[in-house]
Design a protein around this ligand. Structure first.
Ligand code: ZN
Length: 208
């Protein structure tokens, strides 16, 4: 499934969650963005050339890494102080300027490691868990673990800690359901999807 379709589905999921709990426009926009990000992350595993054609292109993943860099930098500048601010700014500059210069797999791998290091330095659980996700996505095959229930559960743990940190109503569900919308859209039951996903990894290799 095309990355743009996943982004739209993720956005719709975020808005639906916001509507359900009756949120203000600003919070709705935040949940929509969270839905878009969650709706795209499973395809961070698209490191091969063929994978690029059917999903996120190298440019889109570069854009993704740069966006995370800008968000990390802005968060550090406005939300952190002293040592923590410098760690956040260093991570932001690294992801914005240095990481995108590498090939796709390497870019994601070193971005993941940098995010883990920053998360440990900042003692932010959700940050280093996200780093593990990004590094793992770079290493596994396309449409394998990130496109499984195991991947969804791991992402739900990250979403739980993000929700704890930012305490915005509906954020957990916008993230988890945004991610789930990606898996649904990649399933074989959707017309045009020949390949499907291995939803029950590591217990079953069956394509769903
Ligand atoms: Zn996918």
């Amino acid at each position: 499934m095309d990355g743009k379709i996943h982004a739209v589905l993720g956005a719709g999921t975020g808005v639906a969650v916001a509507q359900t709990i009756g949120m203000e426009p600003v919070d709705t926009a935040i949940l929509m963005s969270a839905g878009v990000i969650a709706g795209l992350v499973p395809d961070l595993d698209t490191a091969g050339k063929l994978a690029n054609k059917i999903s996120l292109s190298h440019k889109m993943i570069q854009g993704f890494v740069r966006t995370v860099g800008i968000l990390a930098g802005a968060y550090a500048w406005f939300g952190l102080e002293g040592y923590a601010m410098y760690v956040g700014l260093a991570l932001g500059i690294f992801l914005l300027v240095i990481a995108p210069k590498f090939s796709q797999k390497l870019m994601l791998l070193i971005s993941g490691v940098a995010i883990i290091a920053a998360g440990v330095a900042l003692t932010e659980v959700w940050v280093w868990l996200s780093g593990i996700y990004v590094a793992a996505a770079a290493l596994v095959g396309h449409r394998s673990y990130t496109h499984s229930i195991a991947g969804l559960l791991f992402f739900a743990v990250i979403a739980f800690y993000i929700n704890e940190r930012f305490a915005l109503e509906g954020l957990f569900w916008a993230l988890v359901l945004g991610y789930a919308s990606h898996l649904l859209a990649d399933m074989r039951l959707v017309p045009g999807n020949k390949r499907g996903i291995k939803l029950f990894l590591p217990f079953s290799q069956k394509l769903i």
